[in-house]
Design a protein around this ligand. Structure first.
Ligand code: NDP
Ligand code: 8X3
Length: 251
């Protein structure tokens, strides 16, 4: 029987690329996001390859998360792989100038949203004594950069939760992996800069950034290891990037 993966943030970027790659490997997919039109488009594209079920919800809305995952039909409930990918940065400002709404969006989405989804999936994995959780952190989970304050805090929390999950779920044979990308050209910066495409483009000028497929590749590598192997933690950077703050750009 095909394995089942639930991917949050499947409407774009890393989540979408992961869905496309998993489908090539015959993994049945539960695709989640807020933009229902995109989920339906992706479902149409993939349904010839694998079974696809879509769930439209905002990860920040605890009741919506519970209702959506609680609504899964019986033949979708045994989730083998949870890819906690949904998340974004909102704004890039010094702490004294940051917008509280942006802080709420990041802490509620990147941290609490990941927890709500995990809470809905983990009990089934525990009772089956198997499963794999992949949390998408960031280089911002490992380092703090100027003006990144709350986004970095949210991703440091993801890193801590990844480690905590690995400890607590260890007796049940559940694998937990942290995937921490550097600069990946997706819709991420357009969201961070609130639709300012020019400013977003500038982030990736002068060097070759990662693309979403690079990270999907790493996620697939992690989930396709033999049963006795867990990839604990991976940082993936573009070759031009040495740290959160050092990127070699050609001017
Ligand atoms: P995108 O903006 O392209 O994708 C973000 C995805 O998350 C979308 O599918 C979006 O779906 C979903 N999402 C965001 N907020 C919510 C929410 N409140 N509820 C439900 N879904 C939500 O960015 P990326 O693909 O780059 O980002 C994916 C993950 O990778 C994020 O966690 C990000 O922090 C992380 N990351 C990104 C890096 C980069 O440089 N791009 C580097 C390191 C980590 P929808 O809007 O339809 O709800
Ligand atoms: C996304 C990469 O450097 O903008 O997590 O934080 S960065």
């Amino acid at each position: 029987m095909a394995k089942i993966a639930l991917i949050t943030g499947a409407t774009s970027g890393i989540g979408k690329a992961t869905a496309l790659l998993f489908a090539q490997h015959g993994v049945d997919l539960i695709l989640c996001g807020r933009r229902e039109d995109r989920l339906q488009e992706l479902q149409k594209e993939l349904v010839a390859q694998v079974r696809v079920h879509t769930l439209t919800f905002d990860v920040r809305d605890r009741r919506a998360v519970e209702a959506a995952i609680g609504s899964l039909p019986a033949d979708w409930q045994e989730v083998d792989m949870l890819i906690n990918n949904a998340g974004n940065a909102h704004g890039l400002a010094p702490i004294q100038e940051g917008a509280v709404d942006d802080w709420d969006a990041m802490m509620d989405g990147n941290v609490k949203g990941l927890l709500y989804v995990s809470k809905a999936i983990i009990p089934g994995m525990v009772s089956r004594r198997r499963g794999h959780i992949v949390n998408i952190g960031s280089v911002a989970a490992k380092e703090v950069y100027p003006n990144g304050n709350v986004y970095c805090a949210s991703k440091h929390a993801v890193d801590a939760l990844t480690q905590g999950m690995r400890l607590d779920l260890n007796p049940f044979g559940i694998k937990v992996t942290g995937v921490h990308p550097g600069l990946v050209e997706t819709e991420f910066s357009v969201v961070r800069f609130k639709g300012d495409a020019q400013r977003a483009d500038n982030v990736y000028k002068g060097f070759q950034p990662l693309v979403a497929e690079d990270i999907a590749d790493v996620i697939w590598y992690a989930v396709s290891r033999p049963l006795h192997v867990v990839i604990g933690d991976l940082v993936i950077l573009p070759t031009a990037q040495a740290s959160a703050t050092l990127v070699h750009k050609q001017v």
